[in-house]
Design a protein around this ligand. Sequence first.
Ligand SMILES: [Zn+2]
Length: 482
Amino acid sequence: MLLSFKMTYSRYLSLLLLPVILMGGLPFTSKVKEGFVEERRQPERRLPDRLKPVLPGYIGGLKASLHDGLKPVLPVLPEHNFQFPISNFQFPPSFIHHSSFIIHHSSWGFFAHKRINRLAVLTLPPEMMVFFKKNIDYLADHAVDPDMRRYSTKQEGPRHFIDLDQYGTFPFDNLPRGWLEALAKHTDIWIVGVRGDTVMLVDSRDSMPAAKWKPYKNWFAHAVLPRFYDDNALLDTDSLFACFSKLNGMEERPAAAFYQEHLSEHGVLPWNLQRFQRNLTEAFRKRDGRRILRLSAEIGHYIGDAHVPLHTCSNYNGQKTNQHGIHGFWESRIPELFADETYDYLVGKPEYVERTDDWFWNHIFDSHTMVDSVLDIERQLRKTFPTDRQMCPDMRQGILGIHPCREFAAAYQDALDGMVERRMRAAIHAVGSAWYTAWVDAGQPDLSKMDTGPVSKEEQEEEKNMQKAYQQGKIIGRTEDH
Ligand SMILES: [Zn+2]
């Protein structure tokens, strides 16, 4: 994608930029019912078209008995192509005509994610520093792995965000803070009867009577929860029949059953953070140096994402308010231009966090309170700032593109009253605190002789596949910004 962009438009770009280059070059600065079906009923909820493909060969001989293409699937999130706002910058007409002008961003930008992990190391106590400092390059370099994985793994995308506005307003009563509760509440259960009819057994939009909720959740915990990361959404019909014959008098064991969860559609960032924190603590307990490093690098990434306001709402790239591109403007462009020049990176010692599950949620709620400012202030500024000085040609990650001009970015940063710097500092402190808390919870193991050991074959293979998919530049799920 990026390559073809470069090839196709290089001619226009060189024409466009020729005068600038001749004049001394560009400033390449970078860049869940009453709801139980008492009887079989036809589903009101249809699987949307975008959920239909996938999972080749998933259900074998039962395929034919499913309604029109209905298949048990894991979510395939909608694609959004990022259209950079070029309204204020005049390209030759043919350029605009031919160009979809897609730019792949990463959350916080690769730059800021790497910086956050690197600086988080410097917050640590000496007992941890001895190991983390030695591996600071690894921790910084691999801060971006979760974003790279979005190109090779379809489950990856939802881990980077949560659209809180989809759950109403604070305190989001319909949004359980624990993973099991949340997933059980936002998952439909479908069955295929012995005569081949497909019926929704549990509709997540209905509320379930309290007396049924507990036994249902117990069944869910062992029947559905462990399947979440499988590519196959089929459920064991024996255990389902055992549960539902008691719950709502189901008389026949269905021929097949599967689930469809709706949590991923709006992102699973908070629960993903909780999982990573548990896994990191476990890695410290097992003195597994290599795993400690990998999980530390990656939780650093997700904590960074949790500090970005636009990672907590469905209007994540200003697409609903005609502010396309604001995601990258706030979290990539501004830090790349100003962070190392002007930000105060001293954030103090890490804190020990008693209840990390709630703590992660609070960071996300904090971010969410800033969404309106991020959007409103930019909208206002766009109206008052000279339009011909808002967008400029510039190089970013080796690609020439049109980005907010330095002066315009500075004006946005000022109007935000230092919000980007504050969130970056908060992210650095939170990453240090999460690492520190995992180490303390694991009993403060001695890290001074910790060995990272050789990279396993599987890890090498995973890395290779990730790099390859990344080079091909096709994100699975939402593009660019999450
Ligand atoms: Zn991310």
